[in-house]
Design a protein around this ligand. Structure first.
Ligand code: MF3
Ligand code: CO
Length: 264
C-alpha cells in the first residue's frame, strides 16, 4: 500500500532530508587520499545526532538480508562494491570510486540519499560512470510528477544508463519512504514506461540508481553486508528522496530548498 503524505509530513521529511544532504556534502568534501571510511562514518554520525536526528541505517535489519543489524551510519561502497559497503580502517587511495549512502530519522520521518565521488583525479572511465549515474537520477527525478506512472521513472534510469553503454542493477531497487525507511512501492531502475501505479501528489520516493560498467549481476560478499558486482567491474550509486507534488518533483534531500527541481 502506498502511503500519501500531507504537506506537514513532507515538511518534516524535508528537515530530515536537508540534514542528510548536509552530511553528504560535508563527508564528500572530506574524501581524500589517506582518509578512512571509518573516520567519515564517525563524522556523519556526530552530525546527524547533533542535528537532532538518529542515524537510520545503524542497527537496521531488513528481513531480506540475514547479516545481523547494520553496524554503521554510512554505507561506504568502494569500486566494485555496489551498496552496503561497511566503513573500515583502510585508507582511501588515489582513483577509488566511493559511493556514500546515509539516512536520518528526525521527528518520526526519514530522509535517505547517496552520492558517488572519486578520490583524487581518478580514471576518465570512472568519472564518466559517476556522471552518467548522476544524470540517470536527474532524469528519473524529472519524471516524478502527477499523471506519470512509476515505470516512467524506472525507464528514465535505464535509458540513460544503457544509452551510455552501462547496466543497471536489478537485484536492488529504490523505495517509498516516510515514517518508515522502506515503504511501498519498490522503485526498479529498469522497465518500460507507462506501467505501474499512477504517481500522485503526496507520494514520496527514494530513487536510487545503481549503475555498473559491466554486468548488472551482483553477489553478496563473504562478510555479508557488502554487495559487489559479479564481474568486479566498477559501480556507482546516487540517491535522492523526492516528493511528487502538483508542481512537479520536490527533491527533499538538498541543502537548500528549491522551488523547482532543475537538471544540472
Ligand atoms: N539507501 C539504502 C536503502 O534504501 C540504505 C539501506 S542500508 C542499510 O536500502 F544498511 F540500512 F540496510
Ligand atoms: Co534508499
Amino acid at each position: 500500500m502506498i502511503i500519501l503524505k500531507s504537506r506537514e509530513e513532507i515538511e518534516k521529511m524535508r528537515k530530515a532530508g536537508m540534514l542528510v544532504a548536509r552530511v553528504l556534502e560535508e563527508v564528500a568534501a572530506k574524501v581524500a587520499v589517506g582518509v578512512t571510511t571509518m573516520e567519515l562514518d564517525r563524522m556523519a554520525e556526530k552530525m546527524i545526532r547533533d542535528g537532532g536526528a538518529l542515524p537510520a541505517f545503524k542497527g537496521y535489519q531488513p528481513d531480506f538480508i540475514k547479516c545481523g543489524p547494520y553496524p554503521a551510519t554510512l554505507c561506504t561502497s568502494l569500486n566494485d562494491e555496489v551498496v552496503h559497503g561497511v566503513p573500515d580502517d583502510r585508507p582511501l587511495v588515489e582513483g577509488d570510486l566511493l559511493s556514500i549512502d546515509t539516512g536520518a530519522r528526525m521527528d518520526g520521518y526519514f530522509g535517505d540519499a547517496a552520492v558517488s565521488v572519486i578520490v583524487g583525479e581518478g580514471f576518465p572511465e570512472a568519472s564518466r560512470l559517476v556522471e552518467v549515474t548522476r544524470q540517470a537520477l536527474d532524469e528519473a527525478i524529472e519524471e516524478c510528477r502527477p499523471g506519470n506512472r512509476l515505470s516512467d521513472v524506472s525507464a528514465a534510469v535505464q535509458r540513460v544508463a544503457e544509452g551510455a553503454g552501462y547496466n543497471v542493477v536489478r537485484r536492488f531497487v529504490g523505495h517509498g519512504i516516510g515514517a518508515s525507511m522502506h515503504e511501498d512501492p519498490p522503485v526498479p531502475n529498469y522497465g518500460s514506461s507507462g506501467a505501474g501505479p499512477l504517481l500522485k501528489p503526496g507520494m514520496v520516493l527514494a530513487l536510487e540508481p545503481m549503475v555498473n560498467i559491466g554486468t548488472h549481476e551482483v553477489e553478496a560478499s563473504a562478510d555479508c553486508w557488502r554487495v559487489v558486482t559479479k564481474d568486479r567491474s566498477l559501480s556507482a550509486h546516487f540517491e535522492h528522496t523526492v516528493a511528487v507534488t502538483e508542481d512537479g518533483p520536490d527533491v527533499l534531500t538538498v541543502v537548500r530548498r528549491r522551488n523547482r527541481w532543475k537538471k544540472r
